[in-house]
Write a protein that binds this ligand. Structure first.
Ligand code: G6P
Length: 613
């Protein structure tokens, strides 16, 4: 949440910052701001409520020169989104200019102490408190900006990713991290700073990931990396495995549509190097060291938030079904606060696209303290969760920019399917022919997704019919139940239509009361072991005049007779069907949101990377 960019070098900072903010806008978009500083100039600050485009329109009539700068795109925590609360925040006498991602928990205590020393505040933000605290220490102690920042951070409780400039030190940009991600890009006599690598990749592929409790003091041609206790560190420069094309729309009107259509490719990337050429073996290199623990695990606990939690539910069905290991799936936010029982021989798997979700990170800490082996399934390489876990698997979906998760979900489920199939073989739970059949079927999934995507126009037609509905119900059984939850989540996230996902059999315990001729009900009704039951559910809906949109196995004629609309899904084993059934639901939500004029890639109030609790 909140995107940070920074630049120090010999180029004009403004275009670098504004392009960077556009890349990071998925992290928050209720206001944006920049501050620029040159060798012989006073620092300028421009900030605006709204999107980066609003900031750009405002800034272009002002002086935007300067070769040091910081920029921010905000997801409000303290104070409503407006021009005043937008970042950057300057200290009272203008010595420090600060942007911040995170939450300073003891800000009211610090604010009171500063007010007692005659400091006044313009905004309601915790960040302005930080700027004033740094300035107070700087002036009172007559210390350098670096020392003032470090001493101030010792007084702070909370989470932060910070970019700081000091008016008197126009050759220095300071960054500090605890809990919120920061990456430094290393160029030729220039450095870039960002919340993730997407603003950096077009300038350099050499990056340094800042760890918690570290700060970097960046000059034009030198950098110092230190702990917040002032111990000097040797920077570890890594190469970015990302291309600029990965983070552009490439002709699609929205990132979400691009990412939906990328799924056949992203799932292949998830397989790459992990399924043998003869399609007989699965090998997940990232789990080799923990394989013995996995094989003897008494229980697996899967944690995640949002869409990643839905992937976790499918993981539960897969692992219990195939590998016969008991699995519990929990929201990371609930797990961490409810005093859960964690055994040393438990395996905890945390699923996260961003690898930065604050609740998931905190839950990992709890599991580690209890002695469990903690694994990660993440997309963003180098993010915090892969670094905090004992082992894990990257999904390799490539950057996901649309706030509503699509390809991250299907690649997470792909990894979970590979884990379940691999574990079931190691534990001797499936025959080798069943194993080989599942591996071959998994390899066929991208082709089958292509087959569904070819019907995109049909989903648009359907969207035209239902775009004005005020409620939607999504039903499924077994593996299709988490898909129903995910379909409902997609719709509410981007089109603001109320939607609920339910196990189909539970409909009669409540939601059936809502069904009338105005209620579209999406039913996932494949020819699997609960087919007859779900056919009955469809009849129950039709008896109450509900509108049924059914996802059926291609060739199904029974449901075609009853439902208002049917969409055919290529036949596939029940265990893998969620990778297919979710695609029509993504497309339906997408088209409904576009037709309703919603901001598809940046839905209101949401952010992609939720680094606050
Ligand atoms: C936010 C995003 C969701 C995502 C969830 C968990 O709410 O909008 O799309 O599923 O966070 O994020 P993670 O990065 O941990 O998967």
């Amino acid at each position: 949440m909140c995107g940070i960019v920074g630049y120090i070098g010999n180029r004009e900072a403004y275009p670098i910052l504004v392009n960077g903010l556009k890349r990071l806008e998925y992290r928050g978009y209720d206001s944006a701001g920049i501050s620029l500083l040159g060798k012989d100039q006073a620092a300028s600050i421009y900030k605006k409520k709204g999107k980066v485009a609003d900031l750009e329109a405002y800034a272009k009539t002002h002086d935007i020169s300067g070769d040091i700068g910081i920029g921010h795109t905000r997801w409000a925590t303290h104070g409503e989104p407006n021009d005043i609360n937008a970042h950057p925040h300057a200290s009272e006498n203008g010595h420090f200019i600060v942007i911040h991602n995170g939450i300073i928990e003891n800000y009211s205590h610090l604010k009171k102490k500063l007010e007692d020393r005659d400091y006044t505040f313009k905004s309601e933000t915790d960040t302005e408190v930080l700027a004033n605290l740094m300035e107070y220490i700087y002036l009172k102690g007559r210390v350098s900006a670096e020392i003032a920042v470090r001493l101030a951070l010792h007084k702070v409780i909370g989470a932060y990713g910070l970019a700081i400039i000091c008016r008197e030190e126009p050759d220095t940009l300071i960054a500090a991290r605890r809990g919120s991600p920061l990456v430094i890009g290393v160029g030729e006599n220039e450095y870039f700073l960002a919340s993730d690598a997407t603003p950096i990749v077009e300038h350099t592929k050499s990056v340094i990931y800042l760890n918690d409790n570290e700060m970097a003091v960046l000059g034009r041609d030198k950098m110092l990396l230190k702990t917040l206790n002032n111990d000097q560190l040797t920077p570890k420069v890594q190469k970015l495995d990302m291309e600029i094309g990965d983070i552009e729309k490439n002709g699609y009107p929205h990132f979400m549509l691009k990412e939906i259509f990328e799924q056949p490719r992203s799932i292949k990337d998830t397989f790459r190097g992990r399924i043998s050429q003869e399609m007989t073996e699965i090998s997940l290199g990232g789990l080799h060291t923990v394989m013995p623990d996995l094989e003897k695990a008494r229980r697996i606990i899967i944690l995640g938030c949002g869409t990643s939690w839905h992937a976790g539910l499918i993981g539960e069905y897969l692992i219990e079904d195939l590998a016969r290991v008991p699995v519990e799936v929990e929201y990371a936010s609930e797990f961490r606060y409810r005093n859960p029982i964690i055994h040393k021989d438990d395996i905890v798997i945390t699923i996260s696209q961003s690898g930065e979700t604050a609740d998931s990170l905190a839950a990992i800490q709890l599991a580690k303290e209890a002695g469990a082996t903690v694994l990660g399934i993440c997309n963003v390489v180098g993010s915090s969760i892969p670094r905090e876990t004992d082992a894990g698997v990257y999904t390799h979906a490539g950057p996901e920019i649309g706030v509503a998760s699509t390809k991250a979900f299907t690649t997470q489920v792909t990894v979970l399917a590979m884990m379940a199939i691999m574990l079931s073989k190691k534990k001797g739970n499936i025959t080798s022919s069943h194993y080989q059949n599942l591996v071959a079927e998994l390899s066929d999934i991208p082709k089958k997704i292509d087959n569904i995507l070819a019907y995109n126009d049909e989903f648009l037609k359907l969207a035209r019919l239902y775009k004005d509905a005020t409620n939607f119900l999504y039903l499924g059984r077994g593996y299709s139940f988490p898909v129903a939850l995910e379909g409902a989540l997609k719709l509410k996230e981007i089109s603001y239509i109320h939607a609920e996902g339910y196990p189909a059999a539970e409909m009669k315990h409540g939601p059936i009361a809502l069904i009338d001729e105005n209620m579209p009900v999406v039913v996932i009704a494949l020819q699997d072991k609960s087919y007859d039951k779900i056919v009955s559910n469809i009849q129950e809906i039709k008896a109450r005049k509900g509108k049924v949109i059914a996802l059926v196995t291609q060739g199904d004629t029974t449901i075609r007779e009853m439902a208002d609309h049917v969409m055919g899904i290529p036949p596939t084993p029940e265990t893998l069907a969620s990778l297919l059934t979710v695609i029509p639901l993504q497309l339906l939500s997408y088209h409904i949101a576009v037709l309703r004029g919603c901001s598809v890639d940046q839905p209101r109030n949401l952010a992609k990377s939720v680094t606050v609790e």
